[in-house]
Design a binder for this molecule. Sequence first.
Ligand SMILES: CC/C=C\C/C=C\C/C=C\CCCC(=O)SCCNC(=O)CCNC(=O)[C@H](O)C(C)(C)COP(=O)(O)OP(=O)(O)OC[C@H]1O[C@@H](n2cnc3c(N)ncnc32)[C@H](O)[C@@H]1OP(=O)(O)O
Ligand code: FAD
Length: 660
Amino acid sequence: MDYLSDERKKSDFDVEAMKVAWAGSIQEFQLSDRMAKLVANDPVFEKFTRPMLGRKELLKNTLRKSAHAWKLIIDLRLSEEEAKWLRLYVDEPAYTDLHWGMFIPAIEGQGTEEQKKKWLPLAKKMQIIGCYAQTELGHGSNVQGLETTATFDTRTDEFIMHSPTLTSSKWWPGGLGKLSTHAVVYARLIVGGQFHGVHGFIVQLRSLEDHSPLPGITVGDIGLKFGNGAYNTMDNGVLRFDHVRIPRNQMLMRVSQVTKEGKIMQSDVPRQLIYGTMVYVRQTIVADASKALSRAVCIATRYSAVRRQFGSRDGGPETQVIDYKTQQSRLFPLLASAYAFRFVSEWLKSLYLDVKQRLEANEFSTLPEAHACTAGLKSLTTTATADGIEECRKLCGGHGYLVSSGLPELFAVYIPACTYEGDNVVLMLQVARFLVKTVSELGHKKPVGTTAYMGRVASLMQKNSAVQTAEGWLNPGAVVEAFESRAARMAVRCAQELAKFGNPEEGFAELAVDLVEVAVSHCQLIVVTKFFEKLQQDIPGKGVKESLEVLCYVYALFLLHKHQGDFLATGYLTPKQASLANAQLRTLYSKVRPNAIALVDSFSYTDHYLGSILGRYDGNVYPKLYEAAWEDPLNDSDVIDGFHQYVQPILKQRLHSAKL
Ligand SMILES: CC/C=C\C/C=C\C/C=C\CCCC(=O)SCCNC(=O)CCNC(=O)[C@H](O)C(C)(C)COP(=O)(O)OP(=O)(O)OC[C@H]1O[C@@H](n2cnc3c(N)ncnc32)[C@H](O)[C@@H]1OP(=O)(O)O
Ligand SMILES: Cc1cc2nc3c(=O)[nH]c(=O)nc-3n(C[C@H](O)[C@H](O)[C@H](O)COP(=O)(O)OP(=O)(O)OC[C@H]3O[C@@H](n4cnc5c(N)ncnc54)[C@H](O)[C@@H]3O)c2cc1C
């Protein structure tokens, strides 16, 4: 029985075509769909019992699943792309994420041809397992502050890897604690007693025979993390070196080389390429944000259509909670954000691929923009997604707090995304630096790419919004101009404030809060612009483009409403225009309402991937919640273990004292 079938009949667009628009292409859709079904139909990938497992069982269970996934990849001869989707749908953080997601990309991006030839085949056949060991106990954000040393010994042609202090212990790398045989370790390069910046080194950590740590290496897991199950399937690790020697050719030498004689040679490649793996991973994290948010929204939307409260006076059906305007005003902007993040991630991937190609051809001019975009969008989308998942939990009322809703585990797994791969505030400050530099260069350098609007700063500072009616907001030009003006005005105002400081660094530190707001407004502009640009493309299917247009306006006008203080304070909008935008937003919510279920069906998530009773495709929530309760181990017996020992004596005492 499909309890949501009436909802599905209300929609006015072609869901199958929307699935393709969401996936990016028919090929991507088919590939992802095939992998989703492969995982969903395989009992090895069951995950309902995960939150009940102790740490050791949990990790072993993850190893079993990872081994099974690898067997499928080999047996079915899956491509790297298919394998990526397979791991995604297995939906369990594992050491393999870091092996494929960071260790291999670090070697690809920072290794020489010779190094790639040696290490990549081993890694790709999983004959070695690697992780990305950058962060230390004492330093994460400040990469230049890392303390691990790699001292070159000309006599033996080796580097000596050493952890000189407790705070220099590597701390956090995923896959490091128990599984990795190798790591790309970031350390201070010391040659001839001189410090030459932080570089990456490939270091073997464990024996390939018996997996025991090699001499001089202390390695282990850093302990339990937030939430049951959740990220505890990952062995985030601690690592210390006691004068461990590695051959010279294990320093990743695309950026700088150390010769046998101890000479440092700089290639034409900019130093920043050492941070290149982070650019790559931040880009993938934006795509992951759309997946995590769309999952939470899918659960909350389906459940909001099933759930009824109040509204019936004559014994008829009560109101579906999705029909309350307050529910819509919390849920639909998140639905729109999931689509917005999906499309901006698609654009970001193409920007990244373009930069990668240029880097391979030793063309580095677009790297600063790629850094600013990946850092800023990673920060913006992960913050919104973490907050959005929690909002979805609240939208599901009490049942959202049950682990079987899928939301607690999703939240616990997701929230570190606001911290890993760069703390979100630290990353926004990087964007702010880039914007301040862009503004300061306006006189002699034409801004391009995502900052091109700064080239029109004079007119953006003068012209105010011309919107006169609520319908006037349904105009891409009017909306984009509003976001451009807000971003440009905030950036210029901040630059003017900065100029009042004699020392620019002091000014930057003092105005950091405002600078973060400038960076956020710039990143929101990017997301809004890329959504409108997506709508310029050919998007086939009845009603698909129209539904996406509605979501695009919801996303933009919701932000405009939320941040109306900025738009009013910069003088671009009047209070009347802001309230017209809000009126339009209400109308847009009514347009989303009949399509809400179809819009979340378009994510094409299997029930296995969603992992939620509240988000079941068939909407059969109550019987399944009731059934699941009886599967809890506490309900194995009517009288719980411990009752006779700890509770009964108290009860007896009460009876005894009552007699007295
Ligand atoms: C497929 C993927 C699968 C799995 C992976 C996904 C999820 C798995 C889960 C978890 C993985 C988590 C892994 C990690 O967390 S790894 C550790 C990540 N660590 C960080 O992100 C540290 C953050 N800190 C930094 O990035 C930097 O230290 C800094 C904040 C940027 C400061 O650098 P610093 O050199 O001290 O300072 P600046 O003077 O500000 O910068 C100098 C210069 O460099 C430019 N820059 C900085 N970063 C980059 C970059 N990444 N790319 C290019 N350029 C960069 C900066 O703009 C400046 O340029 P100028 O022109 O102004 O000189
Ligand atoms: C689940 C998880 C997995 C991880 N995986 C890996 C991995 O595989 N490999 C790896 O190397 N690392 C990994 N990390 C580490 C991660 O990259 C760092 O924790 C992250 O970069 C943040 O650095 P930090 O911990 O030093 O935070 P801190 O910098 O200490 O941040 C603490 C606070 O200080 C603020 N702050 C710091 N600097 C500034 C500044 N300049 N201006 C204003 N405010 C500032 C931050 O905003 C934050 O509020 C992982 C972390 C987690 C949680």
